[in-house]
Write a protein of this length. Sequence first.
Length: 258
Amino acid sequence: MENTRFFSQKRNLAALVVCAVLLAGLIAGVILSAVLYRNGAIPADNFQRRMMFAELCLLLCAAVFLAELILRVRFPVFLELSLAVFAFACLAGGTVFDLYNIIPVWDKILHTLSGVLFSAAGLCLALPLIGKQITGARRIAVCVIVAALFSLAVGYLWEIYEFTVDCIDPSSNCQRWENGLIEALPDGTYLVDDRRGSALLDTMGDMIVNLIGTIAFLVPVLFVFLKKPAVLEQFALERIPRRKAKADGDQLPPPSAS
């Protein structure tokens, strides 16, 4: 009989361990924020922001697995778990634990890693889109190009999100526009420390390191794929079969007449 126990599969066990660690870290961040707020170390609006991002972190980490369940596919396990960890690092690490302020380059590190992660995700999406219509080196080249465009598109859309949030919420500083602000003049204009503005510098810096991460990942794997084409298939999405009804032979026999 086939072993169908959920946690007998190493993949599911690894996902359970990673999710348990992330959940414990998130709970620790919430407790830490509550203690800081109670002691007056952070204001009420900062505490509320941390709680909002804690909830968003929980939703996005779960969304990785929920999307697989809905679409009936699975990403390669290394990418599946890396996306969940990345969501935690961005939302819980950056905001709940305040690493964006504690480690000034934390934002740039994450944008660089996003180029790597979403390039890998782009390879996963490119394979079923291209199918078997193209073969050989051309198939590899098209997959890499699609992955690069996907990674850059995600970075581009993220910057639009940050800009939108800053426009809607005047207290938001996603694009670091406040960092270069010297003085607000009575006529509504601002004095800044750079003619380009800190928001533009932050946005362009994010897009540049995203491009660096994309290139740093895809150029080496391109040569690997050309040398060993079978490695590309390691990025293939795994289809999750739907549960089938029990066969007639597996059903319980009807009760016998007395």
